[in-house]
Design a protein around this ligand. Structure first.
Ligand code: CMX
Length: 437
């Protein structure tokens, strides 16, 4: 057992005791009432889930184990000469609840490098799909193909005890995270670079190796990857990808099955696919307005037109957040340092100035501010990663860190199969009639 795994088990045992005693004393306390409207409206605002890795404040944005994104950028270990956090450090923080040392991060980097070998049949599964297949479809198929490696599934079949679940989920999670960059880069090079694949470099950190396999060896792009893979990792437990992974994992489906479920959810345009939609929308407006840098007046008119056509302005709004997403701000800060004069990035900033008041004026949108997806595409385009239908795969590689760290906690805490109650409209009609009487 690696020392991080040992320490995780010790922490989980302590936490289990704490939860037991909290539930003994307070288990019957009511968190909040649930309204009929909430049952019909996506369960918005219903607290019914425990996720240890991060917590979202609607005004402040996400905090990972209590640390905001600016704090992570300051406190997490960095690559030599770098300024951005290493995602290995964020994974450690989400798993252990503490800021890691450089040695902890090196240990995780080395573990992931050692486990990164992807079996040949996974590439064969990818190759069996037409090259035109959307990268997210190829990614999800590859994750399921990796499932043949599940130690959890094997141990379950061999009759492991409940007490061992967490251990095999941990092992599978570490291996799956280690292999995802290779799989994602393979899909990228297959689809867009004529299958001219680049072998991994085991001496690099997780993000730099991913950048290298995509075809980038400049330090600045590796820095972008480190930031990108950190900020997209987790957004508490109720978002579609996190919730789907957790839900499927609660049936004791192994981490490969569970993560595949999360990724099919991330592929939805109202969730992860929004990052590809944003850049398409920006490029379309640049083309229609025949300028790379439209004026704010032109942008305002274009936004109004988008709304008039009954479409959403992609990259704006959020189910929980009510302010500018700090993940947007982190990318904006990165761009101010690395590429402040790029016309598409300047257009993203100009949209940020004009879109919120227009959206607010519609009177219905609860959050007129940009979310994480509003900025990422413009940065990737700047570095030449122009194939926007690949962007959700990048998001997915990052999201693995949060949802799999959470899955380790789910099994270590022995959380049961998830099974909320549902009702029918017939039931509601009777309920309303009875309560009126
Ligand atoms: N542009 C136009 N209208 C919008 C809007 C936007 N960006 N965001 C919300 N609205 C509209 C909704 O469509 C809804 O209209 P109807 O009442 O006519 O159906 C109304 O405003 C109220 O919606 P809301 O309660 O503010 O938002 P929801 O919680 O229902 O939805 C979200 C949240 C993210 C799906 C929505 O804001 C949206 O579609 N945004 C654009 C897509 C996007 O950027 N998604 C990425 C989110 C981040 C992520 O999960 O990865």
């Amino acid at each position: 057992m690696g020392y991080i795994k040992d320490q995780f088990k010790a922490k989980a045992d302590t936490q289990n005791q704490e939860i037991k005693s909290i539930l003994e004393k307070h288990g019957n306390r009511i968190l909040e009432q649930v309204t009929l409207a909430q049952a019909y409206q996506g369960m918005r605002g219903i607290t019914g889930l425990v996720t240890e890795t991060s917590l979202l404040d609607s005004n402040e944005g996400i905090r990972f184990r209590g640390f905001s994104i600016p704090e992570l950028r300051d406190k997490l270990p960095k690559a030599e000469g770098g300024k951005e956090p290493l995602p290995e450090g964020l994974f450690y923080l989400m798993l252990m609840g503490e800021i890691p040392s450089e040695a902890d991060v090196d240990h995780i980097s080395a573990t992931w490098a050692r486990r990164s070998h992807v079996p040949t049949h996974v590439f064969q599964v990818i190759e069996a799909l037409p090259v035109s297949t959307h990268p997210m479809t190829q990614f999800c198929a590859a994750i399921l193909a990796l499932q043949t490696e599940s130690k959890f599934a094997k141990a379950y079949e061999d009759g492991m005890s409940k007490k061992q679940y967490w251990e095999f989920v941990y092992e599978d999670s570490m291996t799956l995270i280690a292999r995802l960059p290779r799989v994602a880069a393979y899909i990228y090079r297959r689809k867009y670079k004529n299958g001219d694949h680049i072998q991994p470099d085991g001496m690099l950190d997780w993000s730099a190796n991913f950048a290298h396999m995509l075809g980038y060896d400049d330090f600045s792009f590796s820095e972008l990857m480190r930031l990108y893979l950190t900020i997209h990792a987790d957004h508490e437990g109720g978002n579609v990808s996190a919730h789907a992974t957790h839900l499927v994992g609660s049936a004791l489906s192994d981490p490969y099955f569970s993560f595949a479920a999360g990724m099919t959810g991330l592929a939805g345009p109202l969730h992860g696919l929004a990052n590809q939609e944003v850049i398409r929308w920006i490029e379309e407006l640049q083309e229609k307005l025949e300028t790379q840098e439209p004026s704010k007046e032109q942008l305002s008119e274009y936004i109004l037109q988008t709304l008039k056509e009954g479409k959403v302005v992609p990259g704006y709004g959020h189910a929980v957040l009510r302010k500018t997403d700090p993940r947007f701000t982190a990318q904006m800060e990165f761009a101010k340092t690395h590429c402040p004069n790029d016309p598409t990035i300047k257009t993203v900033w100009n949209v940020y100035e004009v879109a919120p008041p227009i959206l607010e004026n519609t009177g219905k949108i609860k959050n007129p501010w940009p979310n994480v997806d509003a900025h990422s595409g413009a940065l990737l385009k700047y570095y030449g990663l122009i194939e926007e239908d690949f962007y959700t795969v990048l998001f997915g590689v990052s999201r693995a860190l949060g949802v799999l760290a959470s899955l380790c906690w789910d099994r270590a805490l022995g959380l049961p199969i998830e099974r909320p109650k549902s009702i029918t409209t017939e039931w509601v009609k009777k309920f309303v009639a009875t309560s009126e009487n």
